[in-house]
Ligand binder design. Structure first.
Ligand SMILES: Nc1nc2c(ncn2[C@@H]2O[C@H](COP(=O)(O)OP(=O)(O)OP(=O)(O)O)[C@@H](O)[C@H]2O)c(=O)[nH]1
Ligand SMILES: [Mg+2]
Length: 372
């Protein structure tokens, strides 16, 4: 083990063994910042040595879902059940050694599903093909966690992703950091701080090499949240949980699992018999929050038959990416009618956020008005 790894483990142990209360708050916060800074260093080194090389997976379709779970929970069996793609399944661990893509369809959207090697504790530190798997997970639009009655330690899976900078079902913290040249670190907040009071924010910033500048907190953020913003390479991904092999579960076992999973919920299914699979596909489609946008060539009727599929929160620029490149290059404005427009035919720019069932006309420079 490298000394960097030893140092990380030592501090992680110390955090675990320190009871968290008012008196230790500052100390623990400092330790958390230190270990986060060291993890960042570890990532940099792994990349530098070529160790962080991801699998080459070409994203395709309207969104990508990553299957994440311990070995042998049935990820490959589910990929085949949902998409028809062949991915070997077998009754031993680590059957899948690379990323296997499949494609499924939901309400007009094509959804790419990625089957992956099983994840094991220590993945973030490079165990198994952990680092490669995690780099693919980072780029997914939705994570589907999968467990079964024999592999229920869902928290440990979450912790692996946490350690790799992946944040599940949460939004980015409302913190704005602006580095400066002099004057020290100035912390201001729009709310009363209960977790980062007493100079802790400044100390954490220092661990990340920030000695001057401003930190503006627009919520009562925790040390972890501040660390996330300072570290800067976090991704925020939605996730669903599937409990596989329901065909093997007695009602009592199912109830125990349901209690164990508590707030996270979880869809019970059997990848082998197909029971619960259509419901899962539906839940995935809904969670991906697709929207349909219709194009209207100028002076003509809108094509209300074939929508362009986008995601909730997408803007005109995301629509342009789906259209012939010349429209993006010569783009002047867009005219929008529908839920996102204040009035029919509103003229908007590239950063206008679109809504489901909007009708859009693209207006380009030179040659007058034309549309896709
Ligand atoms: N009873 C039952 N067995 C299942 C189900 N789904 C998968 N299995 C079995 O579980 C074993 C492992 O399935 P895989 O699909 O290879 O699991 P995996 O998660 O892809 O495993 P790795 O690739 O090794 O990570 C196989 O023997 C499957 O037939 C299910 O819904 N019910
Ligand atoms: Mg597999």
């Amino acid at each position: 083990m490298s000394s960097l790894e030893e140092e990380i483990t030592r501090i992680e142990d110390e955090i675990r063994n320190t009871s968290y209360n008012k008196a230790t708050q500052l100390h623990v916060g400092r330790l958390r910042a230190k270990v986060a800074a060291l993890r960042l260093e570890r990532e940099k080194r792994a990349k530098g040595s070529g160790g962080g090389l991801g699998y080459a997976v070409r994203k395709s379709g309207h969104a990508t879902v990553g299957l994440v779970g311990y070995p042998s929970v049935g990820k490959s069996t589910l990929l085949t059940a949902m998409t028809g793609a062949a991915s070997e399944s077998a009754a031993y661990d680590f059957t899948t050694l690379t990323i296997i893509p499949g494609m499924m369809h939901w309400g007009g959207a094509a959804i790419q599903v990625l089957d992956m090697p099983g994840l094991v504790p220590g993945a973030a530190k490079g165990r198994g093909r952990g680092r490669e798997v995690l780099s693919v997970v980072r780029s997914a639009d939705l994570i589907l966690f999968m467990i079964d009655a024999e592999h229920t330690d869902f928290k440990a899976l979450l912790a692996e992703l946490e350690n790799a900078g992946i944040r599940i079902n949460t939004r980015p913290p409302k913190i704005v950091i602006t580095p400066g040249e002099r004057g020290g670190v100035v912390v201001t907040s729009t709310v009363r701080l209960t977790h980062l009071a007493g100079g802790l924010a400044v100390e954490i910033a220092r661990e990340f090499g920030m000695h001057n500048g401003s930190i503006v907190l627009r919520e009562d953020a925790t040390p972890e949240q501040l660390i996330d913003v300072l570290a800067g390479n976090r991704v925020y991904v939605r996730a669903l949980l599937a409990v596989n092999k329901a065909d093997l579960l007695e009602p009592a076992g199912r109830e125990r699992l349901r209690l164990h999973l508590k707030s996270f919920g979880g869809l019970f299914l059997s990848a082998r018999t197909g029971q619960g699979v259509p419901e899962l596909v539906d839940a995935i489609g809904k969670a991906l929050a697709f929207i349909r946008v219709y194009l209207k060539p100028p002076g003509r009727e809108a094509d209300l038959i074939e929508p362009i599929i986008l995601r909730k929160g997408d803007r005109v620029e995301d629509l342009l990416r789906r259209l012939p490149t010349e429209l993006g290059v010569h783009f002047r404005s867009a005219q929008v009618s529908g839920p996102s427009a204040r009035f029919a035919g509103q003229t908007v720019g590239r950063d206008h956020r679109l809504s489901d069932t909007d009708v859009v006309t693209i207006v380009v420079h030179h040659g007058g008005v034309r549309a896709a």
